[in-house]
Design a binder for this molecule. Structure first.
Ligand code: FAD
Ligand code: N01
Length: 542
């Protein structure tokens, strides 16, 4: 795919298009580009005012990527990846948003995107083999294909804490940050939550605010990022043979090119183990979890890594009692999304920062003046909810999606999401998900996974068109087998041991199912390619 292959196209009439795409993050943007390349008409609906998805919404202080900049970008265009220059090892949100906007400009994507428009329902008409998609502006569009590029972490969630509406100060959610920014100078601020977003935001807010109180329910393992300005030599190494490096990354377990140690943590001496952890701690970033091959499958191996990080926390935090509250216990390292930080633990040494252990002092209510726990009221001027998302399924089930026989997707997924390959779900012909549950998705460099899904779909659309076929649909049998496989692979790991959003555990009442596929990005890519090459077994084409 090159830019020259995108033919100019004006906005298709709302009467009918080849495809509706919901969402204009990296997934929806690339899907639109590929559809244009096939000469298919498409319209994108996006509830925000511009492209970028995650990087449009999550403008909280400190928001940053933890996949290295040289890898967290599109690979489909040699010109684009050569031209674009990243300024830091790990890009901050404003730069990633500028990159998304640059791609939209360069590919002239916006003319097919309807912004500030939320899709509210999508219904399959069995007689016509068409989807009817309705928006909150009352528009209705019919389409042969409906591509849900709605994002895995786009459905922000506020906790059900009593009294929220009566709070007289300001409230924010990290996933819906005001575009104009927030000035916390002189303010007393509460941050609720200590996941990846909070761990990035807390050090920055602490430097601005008069006082910061952090409400922690579950402590998290976090690795220093060692972020730095982009090293010209390193950039040059990538750009000298970008294609080959990307090709390797696509076959890695996580879609990220970094050094995997194939050894078990238990087969080396304690000194060798310590040296490996120290080297990776010094280098920074999520590659820490690749220190040994069995960290995510063997509890004893995992304990060695978890102990190492707990010891680091005890070394970084001066007050031993605070360090103990911050040291994660009770779940294996990496089974809740590993965090990456800049000065997170050190922030708790500041005189203007207080940590509240919500396990010991549960939040009872938000009052007019602040947060009340069992131990009393903390008065604040602002509350930052860093409380996460209804991950993976939330953005999909918020839309009233109805397939054959009027079956609702939310209803079908009552006991957990069911898909074939994370791409389609039985009973919903021509409805596709990009990085859906049952695909590697959130366990990977997501741009790699997005490109793989979009390319697979583009090939599938070309296949259908070449044969004069109208529909593709996952069979129930293939879906059952895939769901069984996804669970079986997850059960061989330590992941189900944690109360994570991967398991739906952050949403009261959400079924406890490990949602992404942990079989590895490379193996999954091969499986998808093989299925396409064999004429799509497990799918019904008509
Ligand atoms: P999104 O970017 O979420 O875009 C989906 C879009 O769909 C949104 O703009 C949303 O408004 C729109 N939408 C949803 N529903 C509707 C509807 N009904 N109607 C209209 N529009 C709708 N991934 C990594 O690989 N590495 C990282 O370091 C990393 N860091 C992250 C940091 C943060 C703070 C967060 C929240 C996520 C991070 N992720 C990271 C995951 C990130 O979501 C993906 O990398 C990627 O940006 C997802 O792109 P997407 O297009 O699939 O979804
Ligand atoms: O959300 P989270 P996030 N009372 O769900 C707490 C990606 N991301 O926005 O763990 C008190 O992880 C909750 O506590 P607990 C990345 O994939 C990447 O931080 O449920 N606390 C938890 O501490 C990430 O995993 C980056 O006990 C409550 C926090 O809120 C994903 O996005 C940066 C509560 C929520 O953490 C989501 O991250 C940011 C309550 N009632 C995001 N309810 C990178 O660095 C919830 N919590 C790449």
């Amino acid at each position: 795919q090159t830019f020259a292959q995108s033919p100019a196209r004006t906005m298709p009439p709302p009467g009918g298009v080849d495809a509706v795409i919901v969402g204009a993050g990296f997934a929806g943007m690339y899907m639109l580009h590929r559809l244009r390349g096939l000469g298919l008409s498409a319209v994108v609906f996006e509830q925000g005012t511009d492209v970028g998805g995650t990087w449009y919404w999550n403008r909280y202080p400190g928001a940053r990527c933890d996949v290295e900049s040289m890898q967290y970008s599109y690979s489909f265009s040699p010109e684009l990846q050569q031209d674009w220059q990243w300024s830091e090892r790990f890009s901050a949100q404003p730069e990633i948003l500028r990159y998304a906007q640059h791609v939209a400009d360069r590919l002239d994507l916006r003319r097919d995107i309807r912004f500030e428009t939320r899709v509210t329902s999508a219904r399959f008409d069995e007689a016509a083999n068409r989807w009817t998609v309705t928006t909150d502006r009352g528009e209705t569009v019919t389409a042969r294909h409906c591509v849900m590029a709605t994002g895995c972490l786009s459905s922000a969630r506020l906790p059900d804490i009593a009294g929220l509406e009566g709070f007289q100060g300001a409230t924010y959610h990290t996933g819906h940050w005001p575009h104009e920014g927030v000035d916390f100078a002189g303010k007393r601020v509460a941050v609720i939550g200590t996941g990846s977003s909070a761990i990035q935001a807390i050090p920055v807010i602490a430097r601005q605010a008069a006082h910061l109180t952090v409400f922690q329910r579950t402590p998290n393992f976090s690795i220093p990022s060692r972020n730095a300005p982009m090293d010209a030599e390193y950039e040059g190494w990538w750009k000298s043979d970008y294609e080959a490096h990307r090709a390797k990354a696509r076959m890695m377990r996580t879609g990220i090119l970094y050094g995997l140690n194939e050894k078990s943590a238990l087969e080396v001496t304690p000194a060798e183990r310590q040296a490996e952890y120290e080297a990776r701690w010094a280098r920074g970033g999520t590659a820490f979890m690749a220190s040994f091959a069995d960290l995510i499958t063997n509890r004893d191996a995992n304990d060695t890594a978890a102990d190492f990080v707990r010891d680091k926390i005890r070394g970084l935090v001066k007050d031993p009692a605070v360090a103990e509250i911050l040291a994660p216990k009770g779940y294996p390292i990496g089974t809740k999304r590993i965090c990456v930080d800049t000065d997170y633990f050190e922030t708790f040494n500041r005189a203007n920062v207080t940590l509240v252990d919500v396990r010991d002092a549960p939040i009872e209510a938000i009052t007019a003046r602040g947060v009340r726990t069992r131990h009393g009221e903390v008065e604040v001027d602002a509350i930052v909810f860093a409380t996460g998302f209804d991950a993976m399924t939330g953005a999909l089930t918020r839309i009233d999606i109805r397939g054959r026989g009027g079956l609702g997707l939310a209803e079908k997924w009552e006991d957990g999401p069911r898909t074939y390959l994370g791409l389609m779900t039985a009973g919903f012909p021509n409805l596709f998900m990009i990085t859906g549950p049952g695909s590697p998705s959130v366990l990977s460099n997501m741009i790699v996974s997005i490109e793989q899904h979009v390319d697979w779909l583009a090939d599938c659309f070309a296949h259908l068109r070449a044969r004069g076929l109208e529909t593709i649909e996952a069979t129930r049998e293939a879906e059952d087998q895939w769901v069984g496989h996804v669970n079986e692979v997850a059960d061989r790991t330590l992941y189900p041991a944690a109360n994570s959003w991967y398991m739906g555990a952050n949403i009261p009442g959400k079924p406890r199912v490990f949602m992404p596929y942990i079989g590895g990005v490379g193996a999954y890519r091969e499986k998808c390619a093989e299925i396409a090459a064999q004429g799509y077994p497990g799918f019904r084409l008509a």
